[in-house]
Design a protein around this ligand. Structure first.
Ligand code: GSH
Length: 246
C-alpha cells in the first residue's frame, strides 16, 4: 500500500450521518484525531455508478485510505484502530493484548447479535404493547449477555471497556446504537418503549452507567442529530407499516 511516511494518511469517508454503521467509522476517526475528507452519500435515491465502483454493495460506510478502498463498518473500524495504535485497541502483540482484543470483539459481537435485534424489534412495534414487549426482551438480553461483561470497577478505573479512561473499539462499535437506544426511548418520540430507561436503571445498572458515559463523548456525538434521526426513523417505520412490510 502506498504510504506517505510519517504524515497523515489520505482518508475519504463515504458516509451518511443518519447511519449507525457509518457512525462507527466517525467515532474511530475522531478518536484517532485523523484528518479526513467526507463524501455524503444520499441513501434516499439509487447509488450513483461511481459509488458502486467504490463499494459494489452500495452501502455506507466505505473509506479510501491512501487510495485503498475498505468497506464494512466493523472491518473499517478494526483496520483504522490497527493501523493507528491508540487507546482504542492495543496492538496484537503478546497474549495479554490478544486477550483484551478478544474481549473487546466479544463485547461488540454480543451487543450486535444479542441486544440490537430487540432494539430493531422495538422500532418495528406497532403498538405500545409490542414496544413494551421488545423492551422487556432487550433488558432480559442485556441482563443475561452484557451485564456480566462489565467486570471492572468504574469507581477505581475508567468508565470505558475494561476500565479504560478513553473510548475503546468496544464503544466505537456499539456507541451509535447506544445513542439510539437512549434517545429513541424518550417519550416524545414514541419509537422505543419509554419504560426502557427505568428498566435498564433497575436491572442493568452497570450497562446503564457505562451507556450514560458513552453518549457524552464528543467523538460519539459530533455527527449526531437526535431530532433528525428520530424523525427519519419514525417516517421509515410508518412507511413500512403502511406498505404492510413489518
Ligand atoms: N454491514 C454493513 C451495513 C451498512 C448499512 O446497512 N448501511 C446502510 C445505511 S445505515 C446503507 O448503506 N443502506 C443503503 C441501502 O441499503 O441501499 C456495515 O456494517 O457497514
Amino acid at each position: 500500500m502506498a504510504t506517505n511516511g510519517t504524515s497523515h494518511p489520505e482518508i475519504i469517508l463515504y458516509t451518511n450521518h443518519g447511519c449507525p454503521w457509518a457512525h462507527r467509522a466517525h467515532i474511530v476517526i475522531k478518536e484517532l484525531g485523523l484528518p479526513y475528507k467526507e463524501e455524503i452519500i444520499d441513501l434516499d435515491r439509487p447509488r450513483d455508478p461511481w459509488y458502486l465502483k467504490v463499494n459494489p454493495r452500495g452501502l455506507v460506510p466505505s473509506i479510501s485510505y491512501n487510495g485503498e478502498i475498505i468497506i464494512e463498518s466493523a472491518v473499517v473500524a478494526q483496520f483504522l484502530a490497527d493501523a493507528h495504535p491508540s487507546s482504542l485497541l492495543p496492538p496484537s502483540t503478546g497474549a495479554s493484548n490478544a486477550l483484551y482484543r478478544a474481549r473487546v470483539n466479544f463485547f461488540a459481537d454480543t451487543f450486535i447479535t444479542k441486544a440490537l435485534p430487540h432494539i430493531f424489534a422495538g422500532q418495528r412495534g406497532q403498538s405500545e404493547a409490542e414496544k413494551d414487549e421488545a423492551a422487556e426482551s432487550l433488558v432480559a438480553a442485556v441482563v443475561k449477555e452484557l451485564e456480566p461483561l462489565f467486570t471492572w470497577d468504574p469507581a477505581s478505573k475508567g468508565p470505558f471497556f475494561g476500565g479504560s479512561e478513553r473510548v475503546t473499539l468496544a464503544e466505537a462499535l456499539t456507541g451509535p446504537f447506544v445513542l439510539r437506544l437512549l434517545a429513541l426511548s424518550k417519550p416524545e418520540y414514541g419509537i422505543l418503549s419509554p419504560k426502557l430507561h427505568a428498566l435498564l436503571e433497575e436491572k442493568t445498572p452497570k450497562f446503564q452507567a457505562w451507556a450514560s458515559r458513552v453518549i457524552e463523548q464528543p467523538s460519539v456525538t459530533y455527527i449526531w442529530n437526535e431530532k433528525a434521526v428520530a424523525e427519519r426513523t419514525k417516517a421509515r417505520f410508518a412507511k413500512l407499516a403502511a406498505e404492510k412490510k413489518l
